[in-house]
Design a protein around this ligand. Structure first.
Ligand code: SAM
Ligand code: DTB
Ligand code: SF4
Length: 322
């Protein structure tokens, strides 16, 4: 039923199928494996902003580029827990904390993050973190503190990766994902459309994700949010058709995973978002802000949920499932 042995040719064939039949196929898979009409709402908070030594060409937070992001050291625990409380009252069931770190270091900041995780988890929320590279020991410490999932994106294909980031390798990313998996964490890993990649790169990324065993429990499909001052500031953003195609393919390949319509949702109209949900997306970021850029406003999301009769997914529906 759930396959991990997709060939590149099979992924290519699905990805390139005529869009309407691709959407219909994905919708059928969605109906079979997911609860139609239920959407997972996750809220993001940047707990440490800017000043990152990595050179990711899309990122507002790299020290290499002159962007207008406001650098901030690691937030206080109380500030983070209060934000999580607010996210919960807005309907979010997963709270995701992001730090602009290359990797986790074993220091007081990490201790503080572990305490944030304990306290956010105690609110009854799923807790996700995205902190850069991890050792197996750090992954275990995160798990022990109550972390549900670790977000670590592959972003694009292995062969295009070096065009976007030179300060680490694809293998570094895979190693961190393996460490998180070994520690018993659920994985959240996906990519970004609009980095100047080819169709083949998108196919290769989807192939890499869908041949992981088990599949990542959650797969964010981001559209580039162009940031002034970064090398990709003038990049052309992907069309809604590109997003729908990637979402539908991901849904068919990874039927049990949450497919997240992630960054770039703000640019889509309500009916374009509805199309993404029909094509298999069942998770979004909820709240006025992503990490450093604006997200779709809460008020318009509430109107969207009402119009589509969307029900928000309960917490912990997305635990390890394979
Ligand atoms: N520093 C950690 C890392 O890189 O893993 C965690 C934070 S990083 C900002 C999290 C993810 O956000 C990146 O892997 C990337 O996929 C996504 N992202 C960052 N900037 C983006 C942008 N401008 N548009 C779309 N996605 C973006
Ligand atoms: C993911 O795949 N997308 C989120 C989350 N995981 C960490 C981040 C999106 C960032 C968008 C640009 C910004 O706000 O800085
Ligand atoms: Fe740093 Fe993460 Fe941004 Fe890359 S994506 S520059 S690692 S914060």
């Amino acid at each position: 039923m759930v396959r991990h042995d997709w060939s590149l040719a099979e992924v290519r064939e699905i990805y390139r199928s005529p869009l309407l039949s691709l959407i219909m196929e994905a919708a059928a898979v969605h109906r079979q494996f997911q609860v139609p009409g239920q959407i997972q709402a996750c809220t993001l908070l940047s707990i440490k902003t800017g000043g990152c030594p990595e050179d990711c060409a899309y990122c507002a937070q790299s020290v290499r580029y002159r962007t207008d992001v406001k650098v901030h050291r690691l937030l206080d625990i109380e500030v983070v827990v209060e934000a999580a409380r607010q996210a919960k009252s807005a309907g979010a069931t997963r709270f995701c904390m992001g730090a602009a770190w290359r990797e986790v270091r074993n220091n007081r900041d990490f201790e503080r993050v572990l305490e944030m995780i304990r306290q956010v988890r105690a609110l009854g929320l799923e807790v996700c973190a995205t902190l850069g590279m991890l050792t197996p020991e750090q992954a275990s410490a995160l798990k022990e503190a109550g972390l549900t999932a670790y977000n670590h994106n592959l972003d694009t294909s292995e062969s295009y990766y070096g065009e976007i980031i030179t300060t680490r390798t694809y293998q570094d990313r895979l190693n961190t994902l393996a460490a998180a998996r070994m520690a018993g964490l659920s994985l959240c890993t996906g990519g970004i459309l609009g980095l100047g990649e080819s169709e083949e790169d998108r196919i290769a990324l989807l192939h890499t994700l869908s041949t992981m065993n088990p599949h990542p429990e959650s797969v964010p499909i981001n559209a580039l949010v162009p940031i002034e001052g970064t090398p990709l500031a003038q990049a052309e953003v992907p069309s809604v058709w590109d997003m729908v195609r990637a979402i539908a393919t991901a849904r068919i390949l990874m039927p049990k995973s949450m497919i997240r319509l992630a960054a770039g949702r703000e640019r889509l109209s309500p009916s374009e978002q509805a199309l993404c949900f029909v094509a298999g997306a069942n998770s979004i970021f909820l709240g006025d802000k992503l990490l450093t850029t604006p997200n779709a406003p809460l008020s318009s999301d509430e109107a969207l949920f009402a119009a589509l009769d969307v029900e928000l997914m309960p917490a912990f529906a997305d635990t390890l499932h394979e």
